[in-house]
Design a protein around this ligand. Structure first.
Ligand code: FES
Length: 187
């Protein structure tokens, strides 16, 4: 192999290597679809002990899980937040806990609980919801609530830890599309 052939061989090898590196994400795109964010929504997440919830006072709790952003996967990241409302004073598992998504179904702002748990309010366009997540008219003007559906209630269960005797709140966290009058899973 003379010097010229050697140079051609080296530059051809380099070009192939560069093309492979540059092209890999594109291959991933076509094989695995567009970059997406996964929230692991189909599993129950253990959030908090029931005894740490004050009856009648909503508490916002983060939901941790696996997050996939483009092609980077991270474990134990905050994938969302839920409002938990404990509805019983009892210390047994027959008490109920309601789990509501903190995402406003209008355009996705985080709803707040400014009045000590009697209602939720979305700060973006001043929408009000009852403690059960149902839409309420504007408390000042009486105007109809413009949000297309009530706050999204999430599947929630209480699980007893036999070792410690603690009752835990577990929630199946899901994200729903905003702007629709019915629930469709998806960010
Ligand atoms: S985003 Fe909540 S009322 Fe508009």
């Amino acid at each position: 192999m003379n010097r010229r052939e050697l140079l051609e061989w080296v530059s051809s090898g380099l070009a192939t290597a560069v093309a492979t590196v540059v092209g890999l994400p594109g291959v991933g795109y076509f094989l695995g679809g567009a970059p997406r964010e996964s929230s692991g929504e189909s599993q129950f997440s253990r959030l908090i002990k029931v005894k740490d919830l004050v009856p009648g006072r909503p508490m916002m709790v983060p939901v941790m899980g696996q997050k996939v952003d483009a092609w980077i996967q991270s474990d134990q990241q905050a994938i969302g937040r839920v409002w938990l409302v404990r509805e019983s004073q009892s210390g047994s598992t027959d008490q109920t806990v309601r789990a509501l998504s903190s995402v406003c179904p209008h355009m996705g702002c985080q709803v707040q609980a400014p009045s000590g748990g009697k209602s939720f309010v979305c700060p973006c366009h001043r929408a009000s919801f009852g403690a059960d997540g149902q839409r309420l008219p504007d408390p000042k003007t009486g105007e109809r609530n413009h949000v297309p559906r009530d706050l999204d209630e999430l599947e929630c269960r209480l699980v007893r830890d036999d070792e410690t005797g603690d009752n835990w709140v577990e929630v199946r966290y899901e994200k729903f599309k905003t702007g629709l009058d019915h629930r469709v899973v998806g960010a």
